[in-house]
Design a protein around this ligand. Structure first.
Ligand code: PXP
Length: 241
C-alpha cells in the first residue's frame, strides 16, 4: 500500500493556540518539524493580513526547517506576494478570501478574475514556485483555471464535507466531474477544506488523480484525542491505495 496523494498539514490552528497566550507555546516551528517526523508530506500555512493565526514571521522562520513540501496559501495582496517571493515555498495556493473571512469561503471565479490571476501566477512561475488556485467543483471554473496559467487547482471541498454524511454519492458527484475535467486538460489536482477522518477515504477513492490534500481544523481537533503522531498516521491511512 502506497500513498500517491500527499498529506499537507495546515498548522494555522497551532499558531492560533499559541497566540491565545502571547508566548511561544505551542511552538509553531517545532510542531511543523514534528508533523513531518510523524509522517506529514507537507506543511501548509495561511497567513492573513491581521496575523491572527500564522504570522508573517512564522512563515519566514518555517522555511529553513521544512524538509517536505512547503505550501503557502492566501489572498494575493502585495504583502502576501512579497512574502511568498521572499520565502520561495514549493507551492503557493491562491485563495480569494476577504481579509475579515473566518476561513476560506469560496473558490475563484476564473472567468471574472482571469487577467488578475494570470498576472500573479506569472510572477510566481518566473521564480519556479508551483501555483495552485482554489476553485469550486465546477467544470467551467476548472477549464478557465487552465487559461490563467496555473499548474494546479485546489478543489474547495466544503460542499462535499457538508453533504457527505447524508448522501455520499451526491456529495462527490460534482467533484468527480471537476476532477475528470482537470485530468482531461492536464491540470494537477489538490483538495481541501473540512476534510476529516470520516470523509477523506471516500473522497480519495473517487478522485484518483488527487495529488495533495491540505487539512488543518479537523486534524488538529483529532490530535486532542489521539495525539498528533497517531492522528497523522490515521489520516495517512485514509490515503493508502
Ligand atoms: N485549503 C484552503 C485554501 C484553506 O483556506 C483551508 C483552511 O485554511 C484549508 C484548505 C484547510 O481547511 P480545514 O482547516 O478545514 O482542514
Amino acid at each position: 500500500m502506497v500513498n500517491t496523494c500527499k498529506l499537507s498539514v495546515n498548522i494555522n490552528k497551532i499558531a492560533t493556540l499559541r497566540n491565545a497566550r502571547g508566548e511561544n507555546m505551542p511552538d509553531v516551528v517545532q510542531t511543523a518539524i514534528d508533523c513531518e517526523r510523524f509522517g506529514a508530506q507537507g506543511i501548509t500555512v495561511h497567513p492573513r493580513p491581521d496575523e491572527r493565526h500564522i504570522r508573517y514571521q512564522d512563515v519566514i522562520d518555517l522555511k529553513p526547517v521544512i524538509t517536505t513540501e512547503f505550501n503557502i496559501e492566501g489572498y494575493p495582496s502585495d504583502k502576501f506576494i512579497d512574502l511568498v517571493l521572499r520565502v520561495k515555498p514549493h507551492q503557493v495556493t491562491l485563495v480569494p478570501d476577504p481579509p475579515e473571512a473566518i476561513t476560506s469561503n469560496a473558490g475563484w471565479n476564473t472567468i471574472k478574475h482571469a487577467s488578475f490571476l494570470k498576472e500573479i501566477i506569472d510572477i510566481f512561475k518566473r521564480e519556479n514556485i508551483r501555483t495552485s488556485i482554489f476553485v469550486e467543483a465546477d467544470p467551467i471554473m476548472v477549464e478557465h483555471a487552465l487559461e490563467c496559467g496555473t499548474q494546479r487547482i485546489e478543489l474547495y471541498t466544503k460542499s462535499y464535507a457538508s453533504t457527505y454524511p447524508s448522501n455520499p454519492e451526491l456529495a462527490i458527484k460534482d467533484f468527480i466531474i471537476a476532477a475528470q475535467k482537470a485530468e482531461e486538460i492536464g491540470l494537477e489536482l489538490n483538495a481541501g477544506h473540512d476534510l476529516n477522518l470520516e470523509n477523506l477515504a471516500y473522497f480519495y477513492a473517487n478522485i484518483p488523480n488527487l495529488k495533495e490534500v491540505s487539512i488543518g481544523h479537523a486534524l488538529i481537533c483529532d490530535a486532542l484525542y489521539y495525539g498528533l503522531e497517531n492522528t497523522i498516521q490515521m489520516y495517512l491511512q485514509q490515503l493508502k491505495k
